[in-house]
Design a protein around this ligand. Sequence first.
Ligand code: 5GP
Length: 177
Amino acid sequence: ADILTELRRHIRTVPDWPVPGVQFRDITPLLAEPAAFKLMIDALAARYEAMRPELIAGLEARGFIIGAALAYRLGVGFMPIRKKGKLPHECIEESYLLEYGSATVEAHVDALRPGQRVVLVDDLIASGGTMGAGARLLQRLGAELLECAAVIDLPALRGSQQLREAGLPVFALLEYA
Ligand code: 5GP
């Protein structure tokens, strides 16, 4: 619990960004502080070591930072899930609804072997749209999706709840009201 207090101390809240009324939870101060960055990765590694993942999938862009560090720490591979149009090889895509419009994420068709044990990582779950699309991509590729992991959950937005209701295992280190 002390670890979580320490992590929380390095997360900055930026009011009214990117639009009025949103409280953006900014993890850049946490990433900049080596002891806090290490606490965050070690806390995730402690949880996932026992689950024996073979691959960490990270969601662009902050999921790359956390996911890559976690993969390195666990000694497993890293797979990027990117916004549409960024990956060079043949891809499959999943779209999700935004407040206005939609967004699409992609992964390489050969990014994992069917049955491979995968943890999906992002920094934060808000509406759950991004994490849900990433999870569907992994499942379509045949992954054994062990858990959807975030540093921060915003439970009031009910995104993590919807993901769980859709049958996905979801974990977050911290909740912000
Ligand atoms: P969702 O798809 O769950 O609505 O939004 C989550 C995605 O948007 C994540 O990829 C996350 O990086 C980004 N995001 C939305 N709100 C915030 C926020 O307050 N702080 C951070 N760090 N990322 C956010």
